[in-house]
Design a protein around this ligand. Structure first.
Ligand code: SAH
Length: 651
C-alpha cells in the first residue's frame, strides 16, 4: 500500500550482491526484481531474468513502469537512461541504490513522478540515507510542481521551470489562492518564500484558482495596486518583454460542480462543447471541474456517462423531489412538467457544490445555436454528432474534490528513539500527506517529516478528536498517519480510529487502513532490565479514564493469583495516586514481598531511568505516567543486576 503510487515498479540489479540488497525491499514494495540470465544460479525468490543487453531491457521497461530502482553505478544508470528521457512529467521516477546499500539517490523525475519520495521510501526499507539534490528538498518547502497533489489539484498553464527556479534562489513568490483548501499554508517551514496575496515585489507568482489566468490578468492586478503609488504600469502587448510580467504558474483545485440538464440522446460531443464554451465564456478552467451533477433520470444517459468516464469526473445524481426543493434563479415550468422539478442544471450544481449561489447560471445549448463551424462539420460528416440540447450551470464548492482514495496508516513509533521504530513505520510517516498525534510523539519523529506535510499535534487528552480529525482528512482523500507511541494497537490510537469508523458506518474500504506495529512499552522496558517477560505475562493499564476501576481491580487480582508476570501501564498520575497502592496490596496477597519489580521511565528516550527494586518497596520510588512497572512472577530473580524470569517452571 505504501508503494501504491509507484506501481508498476521495477528494480534492476546486475550482481549477486546487488540482487540480495534489493530483494526484500522489492517484496515489501511489490516490485519486480530483474537480474541478468547469467545469475540464474541465484536462489532468490520472486526474481525475473532478462536476456540480451541491459540497454534493450531498460528500453522495454521504460514505458511499462512508473518507477525504476537501480542498484548500479550512477554513471552507468545515466548512460542507460539518457536516450530514453523525454519529459519530467511523464518519464518514470529513477532511483539509484548505492551498491553498499548506504545511500539511495533520487536521480530523475524527482517531483512530479515522485522520485524524491520513492528514494525516501526505499531508504527507510534499507536503513539507508536518501539523497535528494533538488532545491525544494533543501529549502524544506514542497516542490512548486507538486504542491497541490495531496489535494487533487491539477496543474494549469505556466512557466513551471521559471517559478521553481525563483523558489530555488530563495526569491519571494506571490501566492494568490482563490479556491481550495488553505491547509497547506499553515504547515510551511519558517523562512519559506511564499507571500500570500498580491505583494507587488515578488519575483514569481502562483495562482490557485478555478479560473484561467492570462498574463493580462496579472497586469491588471499590478495596475490596480500600482496606480497612485508611483509604480510604473506597462501596457506593452508583448508580454515577454514586459518587465512587470514575472513567471507564473496555475494550480486548479477541483471546485467546479457542473450541473447538466439534457434531452434524451444528447451526444457526448454536444455536452463537451457546451461545457467547454461555458468555461471559456467565464474564464473557468476545465481542470477545476470536480464532477457533473444531474437528475437521477439521467444516470444512464449514454453521452453523459461516456463524458464522465473520459474525464474522470464522477456523475452525481439527485431525485426530482430533492432538486425541486432548491431555490434557483431560472426555474422553468416546462422542465417541471417534464421531469417533476423546475430546475435540473442549476439545482444539481448547487446541491453538489453545497453552495447557495451559482457561479454560472443556466446556459442553453442546441446544436443550431452553437458557435460551431457547421459547414466544416458537415464536410466532415460529423454534424449528427451534435444532437440534442443541453443546459449547463456551475457552482463552486468551498472544499475541493480530491478524486483520491484516502488512506489511514495507524503507526506505532516505538518507545522513543527513532532507531527503535520499524522501517515500515518510518516509511508510512514519511509517505503520509498528514501526520496526526500527541505532540510529544510527533516531536520524537521530526527527522521523518517531509516538506509540505501537514502536521497536526493535539494534546494528550484529545485522543477521540485526533481519531475524528484523521478520519475526516482521510475521507477527503489524504493519506494520514495516526501516531501512537509504542504499538498503535496497545492502549493506542488504533482502537479509537476503528471505533470511530464503525460509528460512522464505514464500509471497510474507504478510507483504506493499514497498521504498522511498534515496540510496546513492556518490551522496551523489559529489554532494559533483562528477560522479565520470559514466561506468561499480561499488561494491565491502571487508568480508569475509559475503564471502571472495579474491572481493573478484578484483573489485578486474577493476574496476581495466576502468577502472571505483569506490566502496569499508566501506573500513576499526579491526580491518580491510589490505584498503584491498591495494586501493590493485591500482589502482596499472592507473591513474596521480595519479588523483583522494575520501574522503567522513558525507555529509549533522553531522560531514561531504570530502577530494580522489590514488590514491598517499589512505592518508595517515583512513578509517573511515563513509567512502566514490571512485576515478576514467583520464579523471577535478580542476577548481576538483570531481572530474569526462567523460561519454564521445571527447574
Ligand atoms: N501504545 C503504547 C502505550 C500507551 S499508554 C505502547 O504500546 O507502549 C501510555 C503508557 O505507556 C505510559 O503511561 C507508560 O506506562 C507506557 N510507556 C509509553 N512509553 C514508554 C516509555 N518510553 N518508557 C516507559 N513506559 C512507557
Amino acid at each position: 500500500m505504501l508503494f501504491n503510487d509507484f506501481q508498476p515498479l521495477a528494480a534492476i540489479a546486475t550482481t549477486p550482491v546487488a540482487a540480495q540488497k534489493l530483494q526484500s525491499m522489492c517484496q515489501t514494495a511489490g516490485a519486480t526484481l530483474w537480474v541478468p540470465e547469467s545469475l540464474n544460479h541465484l536462489k532468490l525468490k520472486q526474481i525475473k531474468f532478462y536476456s540480451g543487453s541491459l540497454k534493450d531491457h531498460i528500453a522495454s521497461l521504460w514505458f511499462q513502469n512508473r518507477a525504476l530502482v537501480f542498484c548500479l553505478a550512477t554513471g552507468a544508470v545515466v548512460r542507460l537512461i539518457a536516450p530514453l528521457l523525454e519529459d519530467k512529467s511523464r518519464d518514470p521516477a529513477i532511483v539509484v541504490v548505492e551498491q553498499g546499500g548506504r545511500f539511495v539517490i533520487s536521480l530523475c523525475s524527482s517531483h512530479q513522478r515522485g522520485a524524491n519520495q520513492l528514494a525516501q521510501l526505499v531508504a527507510h526499507q534499507l536503513g539507508a540515507v536518501p539523497i535528494l539534490t533538488g532545491a525544494a528538498a533543501d529549502l524544506g518547502i514542497p516542490g512548486i510542481d507538486v504542491l497541490g497533489i495531496p489535494f487533487g489539484w491539477l496543474r494549469g498553464e505556466g512557466n513551471w521551470t521559471g517559478v521553481s527556479a525563483a523558489a530555488a534562489r530563495g526569491e519571494s513568490i506571490e501566492v494568490i489562492q482563490e479556491a481550495g483548501s488553505i491547509l497547506w499554508q499553515s504547515h510551511l517551514k519558517e523562512g519559506h518564500p511564499f507571500e500570500f496575496g498580491a505583494s507587488g515585489d515578488s519575483k514569481a507568482r502562483i495562482w490557485i484558482s478555478s479560473q484561467v489566468k492570462s498574463p493580462q490578468a496579472s497586469l491588471e492586478i499590478e495596475k490596480g495596486k500600482g496606480e497612485g503609488e508611483g509604480v510604473k504600469v506597462f501596457k506593452n502587448k508583448n508580454s515577454i518583454q514586459n518587465p512587470l510580467l514575472i513567471p507564473e504558474v496555475q494550480w486548479h483545485p477541483r471546485v467546479l460542480w457542473v450541473g447538466i440538464g439534457c434531452e434524451r440522446g444528447t451526444s457526448k460531443e454536444l455536452l463537451v462543447t457546451a461545457i467547454e464554451q461555458t468555461c471559456q465564456r467565464y474564464q473557468l478552467a476545465t481542470a477545476a471541474i470536480a464532477a457533473i451533477a444531474t437528475i437521477d433520470l439521467k444516470a444512464d444517459e449514454v453521452g453523459l456517462v461516456e463524458l464522465c468516464a473520459e474525464h474522470n469526473w464522477p456523475l452525481r445524481t439527485f431525485p426530482a423531489e430533492v432538486l425541486g426543493g432548491v431555490s434557483v434563479p431560472n426555474p422553468s415550468r416546462i422542465v417541471k412538467k417534464e421531469v417533476g422539478t423546475p430546475s435540473v442544471a442549476e439545482a444539481a450544481a448547487l446541491l453538489a457544490a453545497s453552495s447557495q449561489t451559482l457561479l454560472v447560471s443556466k446556459q442553453i445549448f442546441r446544436s443550431q445555436s452553437l458557435n460551431l463551424d457547421i459547414a466544416k462539420l458537415e464536410g466532415d460528416n460529423n454534424i449528427h454528432n451534435y444532437q440534442g440540447a443541453v443546459t449547463v450551470a456551475i457552482a463552486q464548492s468551498e472544499l475541493e474534490y480530491t478524486g483520491r482514495n484516502g488512506q489511514l496508516f495507524l503507526v506505532g513509533t516505538g518507545p522513543g528513539q527513532l532507531d527503535q521504530m520499524t522501517p515500515a513505520a518510518q516509511t508510512a510517516v514519511t509517505k503520509a500527506d498528514a501526520v496526526i498525534g500527541y505532540s510529544l510523539y510527533i516531536d520524537l519523529i521530526t527527522a521523518l517529516r517531509r516538506p509540505g506535510q501537514i502536521i497536526e499535534a493535539l494534546p494528550i487528552t484529545k485522543e477521540r478528536q485526533r481519531a475524528q480529525r484523521a478520519i475526516e482528512l482521510a475521507e477527503w482523500g489524504l493519506s494520514v498517519a495516526v501516531i501512537s507511541s509504542g504499538d498503535c494497537g496497545i492502549y493506542g490510537m488504533a482502537g479509537l480510529v476503528f471505533e470511530e469508523l464503525r460509528n460512522q458506518g464505514w464500509d471497510g474500504k474507504k478510507p483504506e487502513i493499514q497498521l504498522f506495529p511498534g515496540i510496546s512499552a513492556l518490551q522496551a522496558a523489559a529489554s532494559r532490565v533483562g528477560a522479565p517477560l520470559m514466561h506468561d505475562f499480561c499488561a494491565i493499564s491502571l487508568s480508569d479514564l475509559l475503564t471502571p476501576w472495579k474491572v481493573i481491580e478484578k484483573r489485578l487480582e486474577a493476574a496476581a493469583q495466576a502468577d502472571f508476570v505483569t506490566a502496569l501501564y499508566n501506573p500513576q498520575s499526579r491526580k491518580r495516586t491510589q490505584q498503584i497502592a491498591i495494586a501493590q496490596d493485591i500482589f502482596l496477597k499472592y507473591r513474596h514481598p521480595h519479588t523483583p519489580v522494575a520501574i522503567v521511565r522513558s525507555a529509549y528516550r533522553e531522560d531514561e531511568q531504570v530502577t530494580l527494586t522489590t514488590l514491598d518497596k517499589f512505592l518508595d520510588l517515583p512513578i509517573d505516567m511515563l513509567s512502566t512497572v514490571l512485576i515478576g512472577n514467583q520464579s523471577t530473580d535478580i542476577y548481576s543486576n538483570w531481572m530474569i524470569t526462567p523460561r519454564g517452571y521445571l527447574g
